[in-house]
Design a protein around this ligand. Structure first.
Ligand code: ACO
Length: 434
């Protein structure tokens, strides 16, 4: 039996006529990749792809996205099924360990996460260093990195057991840290986790209850919270996940890596979009102003963009947005909310979806368009929206970091560049500078 011939891609230099054969690698789904690792050695050239629009940074078995078809799979399971059937902690287990847990495995995992939800008491002192009006994402960047100073016993990145413990600690404690950031900004006392509550219910409890009054969320709200967490849990090699991987490639500890992911997530082009959606709605103010803002979104000389619209990968629809819209309707009905800002959002969606500019460019509402609305209805301040995203995405970040650490060869990530600055020139003494 002969092996199938290796598939290759031949690249020819039009100037010199020299050519090089590069291997084509195939995954389970998706476009094949040209493996260019030998390109520089063979040709002396690098490739240039500044925003990684055509570059795969790694092989991964965790998440698959088909942007044209609007498909998102975690370990082969469709996000729609996970959102309907699974729980956030089961999805975390799936992302981390590769398969759906059996009954006892899920119970053990839930117990472990529940037992790790408290944070070191001294971490409270870290919060005191922040201004009360600090953005909770600024606090999260700091306190998550600070975790490395408190949990020394799980920082040996070469020990699989310590990696496992760190992963569990991050998934369990980041919601507590997030709720503390919210309480700190409100000037309210921190609320300790309650082990008899589910993960989502406990998070709502830590965010909304006060010593004077117990907060008991309805099952519909708990379910909506859990769904929000599932829908944001992982999204393959986006900016923040790539940041986590790049930070981890230098052998930095997992707490530091996740803190770096949080910083990347903060930007309005990424996780900050759900906050930006609400701020944009505030700016639009009234239905009558929608046409004016749509014109601004189309004008290339105006930096204004329709926040919550468009996606680097999804060019048809965002499958998470469809589930989120469903949850959004349920929550609004459950809470009996009649909010003019929400009506404005729905009208904006309707008008934009019928506008040729948005149709031609395949710009659809993304998950953040609806998550902002739903979180507002649940009572979260807008500054907390991106924090909630970080709580959820911790599962994806740490799963991707774990996968990278389990590779037999870990090499530091080091992109190259095309230098376009001045050519070498002699130093000019101050007296001769013009
Ligand atoms: N409003 C107006 N025009 C837009 C928008 C928008 N929200 N998004 C893209 N466009 C336009 C671009 O100007 C471009 O127009 P052109 O072809 O005439 O030059 C065209 O649509 C294609 O867009 P790209 O720039 O190629 O899209 P890219 O993949 O670079 O950006 C991004 C994707 C960053 C998400 C962008 O759509 C955007 O900024 N959206 C608003 C912010 C947002 O909602 N981010 C959340 C992303 S989802 C997440 O992180 C979970």
């Amino acid at each position: 039996m002969t092996d199938a011939p290796e598939k290759t891609f031949t690249l020819t230099n039009d100037q010199t006529g020299e050519s090089v054969k590069l291997p084509i690698v195939e995954g389970t789904y998706g476009p094949h990749c040209i493996d260019i690792r030998t390109l520089h050695k063979a040709t002396g050239h690098f490739t240039l792809d500044p925003s990684f629009t055509a570059t795969g940074s790694c092989k991964s078995r965790i998440t698959y996205i088909d942007g044209d078809e609007g498909i998102l799979l975690h370990r082969g399971y469709n996000i729609k099924e996970l959102a309907a059937e699974s729980s956030y902690l089961e999805t975390c287990y799936l992302l981390l360990y590769g398969d759906l847990p059996k009954e006892q495995e899920l119970k053990d995992f839930e117990d472990i996460i529940t037992q790790h939800t408290m944070v070191h008491e001294q971490i409270k002192a870290v919060y005191q260093g922040f201004r009360r009006d600090a953005h909770p994402m600024a606090i999260m960047c700091g306190v998550v990195g600070t975790m490395a100073a408190f949990y020394h016993d799980s920082l040996d990145i070469w020990d699989p057991e310590q990696r496992r413990i760190s992963a569990h600690r991050l998934i369990a404690k980041i919601p507590t840290l997030a709720a503390m950031a919210m309480k700190y900004s409100k000037g309210q006392p921190y609320v300790y986790p309650k082990n008899d509550l589910s993960f989502a219910a406990n998070f709502l409890h830590m965010c909304f209850s006060v010593p004077a009054e117990e907060y008991i969320p309805t099952p519909a709200l708990v379910r909506a919270m859990d769904r929000i967490l599932i829908l944001h849990a992982d999204h393959e090699q986006n900016a923040s996940t790539s940041t986590v991987r790049l930070a981890g490639s230098s052998q930095a500890n997992p707490m530091a890596c996740i803190a770096s992911g949080i910083t990347s997530l903060w930007g309005p082009s990424h996780g900050g979009a759900n906050q930006a959606v609400l701020e944009m709605l505030d700016e639009i103010g009234h239905k009558d102003n929608i046409p004016e803002f749509l014109e601004r979104a189309k004008d290339k000389s105006d930096p204004f963009k329709l926040m919550g619209f468009g996606h680097r990968v999804y060019k048809n629809f965002d499958p998470r947005a469809a589930v989120m819209k469903e949850s959004c309707d349920e929550v609004l009905e459950e809470l009996g909310i009649n909010d003019p800002q929400l009506e404005l959002a729905m009208e904006l969606e309707r008008i934009a979806l019928n506008d040729p500019y948005f149709i031609d460019r395949k710009l659809f509402p993304n998950v953040d368009f609806y998550s902002g609305i739903i979180l507002k209805a649940m009572g979260f301040p807008v500054e907390m929206f991106t924090v909630l995203f970080a709580v959820s995405r911790t599962a994806g970040w740490i799963s991707q970091w774990k996968e990278m650490m389990e590779e037999p060869t870990l090499k530091i990530g080091r992109p190259r560049q095309l230098y376009t600055g001045p050519a070498e020139r002699p130093y000019v003494p101050m007296s001769k500078r013009k």
